[in-house]
Unconditional design. Sequence first.
Length: 307
Amino acid sequence: MRNVVIIGSGCAGLTAAIYAARARLEPLVVRGHEAGGQLSLTTLVENYPGFPDGVQGPELIERMQKQAAAFGAEFREGDVTRVDLSRRPFTLEIGKEHVETRTLIIASGASAKMLGLESERRLLGHGVSTCATCDGYFFRGREVAVVGGGDTAAEEALFLTRYATVVYLIHRRDQLRASKIMADRLMHNEKIKPIWNTVVTDVLDVARNEVTAAKLRNVRTGEESVLPIAGLFIGIGHQPNTDLFRGQLEMNEVGYLKTHDGTRTSVAGVFAAGDVQDHIYRQAITAAGSGCMAAMDAEKFLEAEQG
Ligand code: NDP
């Protein structure tokens, strides 16, 4: 029987693990198939306090994990495949392993959204990507496109200018959603060519199993065109990883877990931290902060239970 199981190993989960381990709760962290979370897919993080020269995302995660392990957190590879939150102790399945726990901290984060095109799905990993940091290198000297107008798309586009000769930024409106500083960097980079009021309607060429072009439609004029590119990066935001909890925990209309009084979910003893419950701030520092809160909330809950 565990005191606390933490689902997810991004900065919310790892911060929860540091605090829970220091509270002598001997937490078990289930790392998940996107171990390290979104920070492990980024490059330089410039806004995490304490690093005036920035820090590489994967390095920040590795440091947090070391810190949690040093205080006695235990780590398990793999995904939680089933949970039963209808009675306490809660039960979880991690592959073939069956675990019982008094409290649960959900820090399963959010994953990249896709456009929903069949060709996009078929070509994922063959020229379609959701991670410039992971795949940008393959497009040295080629022309690529990024879809989206927020900070994710901006960051992806700027990163890709290291490798690609031209980076088209395809946005469905004529105004960016990205923060001012990112928008300025985009507009001042001569390798980046915005294509406004435009959506991708198809990705070519599924038959060749590689990306050769994107079919576009101007949403104002209806005009259709074909843009030759070697890579298409989807940067249109994220969706929370909450399928496992559907029907068991309260969520908002797009699937983010609802929390109240700190990190409490609709089931007593279950807490949520990081992007799985935050569709507004979504920053490393806010995720870490809510991970800390979740561990403290779980500790208080256990104390109250033991009377
Ligand atoms: P956002 O929701 O901010 O932006 C998503 C973008 O994708 C929007 O421009 C949206 O268009 C567009 N979009 C959404 N769905 C579709 C679709 N189906 N087809 C075409 N376009 C679509 O998500 P982000 O991931 O960019 O950012 C999320 C949060 O994380 C923000 O708060 C951001 O500031 C933060 N962030 C910060 C970073 C940093 O500081 N370095 C880096 C990355 C993220 P429309 O504008 O028309 O809605």
